[in-house]
Write a protein that binds this ligand. Structure first.
Ligand code: SIN
Length: 311
């Protein structure tokens, strides 16, 4: 049986439904090229950029164990112009610019640049970085989220865009967030979710934190995140039928991809597993997803996307 795993995010077409999570293998052009040239990535997203270069938080700022990772990278990146330049003439698969402006002034400048560059399509505005000291996550303040979306839409005009959200935990917060998100009809997709912010992993032997910044607190990624990501996809999919959902969190194999799509995702991003296992991750995910679809008799993603059965 021939299986087709093509998908769409907004109006952008992807041959396969997986790509990197922003932050992983996408800070410099060497790594971005590898992702772009890989036959098993459907798209590429850049590191969330600020207006200018940032070196990020002090090291060690990443650690990974059996169940996943903790990071407090602090948005190390090469600045907006570096990523915008890399994106020129990338026409064979979608490339998404991710941005996490440091303040309103930067947001204003970056959004204006994005509006003026036709080839930047569906940028991902990151409303959820937990690791910048003294900068709260926008997605956890609904007033800030509304003001930010208002400013983005006023500047971008008709240009479509997406947002990367933090994970939510209480159904009322999904209601509040959905009310705001559904108001903006140029918002074409949401990415659910960023890392679980301000977790703490401890080394029992040395009795130390695993990372240095923020007294050891950082974003939790990897296997810890799968149920949280699935719940976020599922709960937003119920509330936002007209917005595409990109799943992110806890993907290690084809079954995890299948579950994200079953919960309502149209595509998925891979973070910790990609960081730990490299680019061959995508070939493995492809083979495992196809095998599972064949076993279940599914020929394309739409046959099971969002069709989770409630018992
Ligand atoms: C970081 O650079 O600290 C991670 C980015 C993010 O979690 O949004």
């Amino acid at each position: 049986m021939n299986c087709n795993v093509q998908t769409r995010i907004g109006e952008q077409f992807l041959e396969v439904p997986f790509y990197n999570a922003s932050g992983v293998l996408c800070v410099n052009t060497n790594d971005l090229d590898k992702l772009y040239e890989c036959n098993y990535t459907g798209a590429v997203v850049t590191k969330s950029c600020t207006l200018k270069y940032r070196s990020g938080n002090p090291e060690p700022r990443y650690w990974c164990g059996e169940y996943g990772s903790i990071n407090s990278s602090g948005l190390p990146n090469n600045g907006f112009d570096y990523y915008a330049k890399w994106m020129i003439d990338k026409n064979t698969k979608p490339v998404f610019l991710s941005t996490s402006p440091m303040n309103k002034n930067e947001l204003n400048i970056i959004a204006n640049k994005i509006r003026d560059l036709d080839y930047i399509k569906n940028p991902e505005f990151n409303l959820s970085c937990p690791n910048v000291i003294n900068k709260p996550q926008i997605g956890y303040s609904f007033d800030d989220m509304k003001n930010t979306l208002q400013m983005i839409t006023e500047i971008l005009g008709e240009k479509k865009f997406g947002v990367k959200l933090p994970p939510y935990f209480d159904p009322i917060h999904f209601d509040y967030a959905s009310d705001i998100l559904s108001y903006y009809n140029t918002l074409s997709y949401i990415t659910c979710s960023n890392s679980i912010g301000n977790g703490l992993l401890i080394n029992t032997e040395t009795e130390e934190t695993r990372i240095r910044p923020k007294n050891g607190l950082g974003g939790i990624g990897g296997k810890y995140c799968l149920p949280v990501a699935l719940s976020n996809i599922f709960q937003f999919n119920e509330r936002l039928p007209n917005i595409d959902i990109v799943g992110c969190g806890g993907i290690y194999n084809g079954e995890d991809v299948f579950q994200h799509i079953l919960a309502g995702a149209c595509a998925v991003q891979v973070g910790t597993c990609l960081y730990e296992n490299g680019i061959s991750t995508f070939n493995k995910l492809y083979n495992e997803l196809i095998e599972l679809m064949r076993k279940k008799g599914y020929k394309c993603l739409n046959e099971f996307k969002g069709k989770i059965k409630i018992i």
